[in-house]
Design a protein around this ligand. Sequence first.
Ligand SMILES: Nc1nc2c(ncn2[C@@H]2O[C@H](COP(=O)(O)OP(=O)(O)OP(=O)(O)O)[C@@H](O)[C@H]2O)c(=O)[nH]1
Ligand SMILES: [Zn+2]
Length: 196
Amino acid sequence: MSVRTRVRVPLRFPDGFAATAEVITFTGLADGKEHLALFFDGPSEVPLVRLHSECLTGDVFGSERCDCGPQLREAVERIAESGGYLLYLRQEGRGIGLYAKLDAYALQDQGLDTYAANRALGHGDDERDYTAAAQMLADLGAAEIDLVTNNPDKARQLRDHDIAVRRVLPTGVHATPANLRYLQAKIDHTRHTIRL
Ligand SMILES: Nc1nc2c(ncn2[C@@H]2O[C@H](COP(=O)(O)OP(=O)(O)OP(=O)(O)O)[C@@H](O)[C@H]2O)c(=O)[nH]1
Ligand SMILES: [Zn+2]
């Protein structure tokens, strides 16, 4: 695999926060998907990295059922300050896809938690594979990183692919009445390091 294009994109969020990203595309990634890396120049010697899984409802429409929108906004600001990469991974719905995630929401409205709803639809709890993310980092020369996450699976999978994760830094907690059950389920099921 290799880097395909690097293009400068000035970003401005609805709250006015602005930063300039270099948006990077790739050829030959393991799963054949159109994942993006956003590079922000900054002082850190070891790049700060966030693996953000696509969430159309949260990232674009501001859904309060999850914390993805605020997490994305937080990650861009932190990485723009220190320097590093935001990998925007096309793994909607923890890898099950957008329609299946919305089906799972409908089941959650009947009382199932996020993981039980996935299973009722014949999916795994979390179907995300970070092989392509590791390939992207290797391609970018980021063999050693600091990773922003509460999800232990991300660091574990990257290390399995020979990315040296020097430090794991927690994300902020973006709790709302609408996403509280969703956050609690992450703590209960996947040992996310979130303190509510
Ligand atoms: N299947 C399913 N996916 C969801 C649900 N809510 C959010 N997602 C997806 O979950 C992904 C975000 O992952 P999270 O579990 O919030 O967080 P994480 O990335 O694993 O962990 P952190 O790095 O700590 O934020 C996105 O792809 C969302 O679309 C849900 O109820 N069901
Ligand atoms: Zn979300």
